[in-house]
Design a protein around this ligand. Sequence first.
Ligand SMILES: Cc1cc2nc3c(=O)[nH]c(=O)nc-3n(C[C@H](O)[C@H](O)[C@H](O)COP(=O)(O)OP(=O)(O)OC[C@H]3O[C@@H](n4cnc5c(N)ncnc54)[C@H](O)[C@@H]3O)c2cc1C
Length: 419
Amino acid sequence: MSDASQVTEAAPQTSSTGRFDFVVIGGGSAGAVIAARLSEDASVRIALLEAGAAPPPRELMPAAVASLQLDPEVDWMYTGDPGGVGRGLADRRMMVPRGKMLGGSSGLNYMAYVRGHPGDFDAWEADGAKGWSYDEVLPYFLKSEVLSRPNPPEGVAIAESAHGLPSWPGSRPKREQRLAAWATTGEGLASSSLYDAVAFFSTGLGDAHTHDAQIGLLACGYTPDIWRYLFRVDPDEYFADPATALSPMAETVVVLPNPVQPHSEGELRLVSSDVGDAPSIDLNYLADPHDVTVMLAVMRRALQIVEAWPGGALGPLSVPPALAAVHGHASGDVPSDALLEDLARHYALTVYHETSTCRIGDVVDPELRVFGVAGLRVADASVMPTVVSGNTNAATIMIGERAAALIAEDHRLRAAGVG
Ligand SMILES: Cc1cc2nc3c(=O)[nH]c(=O)nc-3n(C[C@H](O)[C@H](O)[C@H](O)COP(=O)(O)OP(=O)(O)OC[C@H]3O[C@@H](n4cnc5c(N)ncnc54)[C@H](O)[C@@H]3O)c2cc1C
């Protein structure tokens, strides 16, 4: 997904309020960090242009973030054509939320904090992204995490929103205290506002340098309205008995299996030069047969977890009646591969980690300078050469930190380095 964290530099811009040394477009996960870091040098003037407003108070309430996705004031409200997936969704389109506020998508995200696998960054470097190996980017993660201890456990999702607003009033010291306590004792933080637990593993089908699968668990069924409007799934079609399945008293566990290193590639196309027009988003999920194989392996692993649930297996897999009829599946049967693939093709949803539309090597050089355009860099999730094996916010903030350091070094600013 191409977001808007571009930085123009060197050619001062004139505006009604004067001249700026740097213009940062987009105050999201990366852009807000860049603007904040550059502003540490009081001698430079920075304009941060953000299309949205300050985040509403709900942004700080984990339980409320889902509602932000249905609010055009804070969400660009895109939908995407998932290609051969999404057959059971309204209009066969997925919601593709993107934050439209100071803080960007971190303002409506689920706050899972995951750096990615070290092998992801080493693979970037090996493919030509000089300076982006794990050892080289780790200091920028640490800088954004404000941790002095270098080794929090890999692959652990934590509850803090490192939401790109470096000095959110009142919350940062507390956040740092809790992070420091967690880094020391390993205790004290829930997984995120969405997940009650997250596990990463390798199916054995992917590249050796990283893991390729993630399973999230949440003990929450969501309301029929959330199924209908946020997921675009009609609960009356999905559940034989939606009133019982989604009753506030229902004890529901949602298990979210997802591949994290897809081979299929989507496409983002501008439909006009008007930024108000939504782009055309072709997600193209499960187009590559490799991804279908991995998806089935992750789903089977999720079913194993359900079978081995502490205290006894959870109830049977919930299969929509129409698909159960097509596949001759009765409640409690072991689902066939064909049924699992059909389930994914009807009801799989994005987990929002769109990246790599302005890849290092294709659009920008390893210092994030746009090829052929002087004084312009792109620095956000779009520059990732490939998506990291997990959630993307932490790596995007790291990119913001590193971009600020690169700019500061080029322009001899007194801020933004690592140290
Ligand atoms: C619903 C959801 C849940 C997610 N959950 C997680 C999670 O739990 N953990 C995790 O790690 N990641 C999560 N992510 C992904 C993560 O939040 C994103 O990868 C990350 O925020 C992307 O950062 P960015 O800087 O690239 O873009 P953004 O943060 O989206 O920033 C782009 C900014 O540019 C602004 N903008 C766009 N166009 C213009 C314009 N023309 N002029 C001015 N400003 C403009 C936008 O309003 C926005 O503020 C989630 C994402 C979503 C959408």
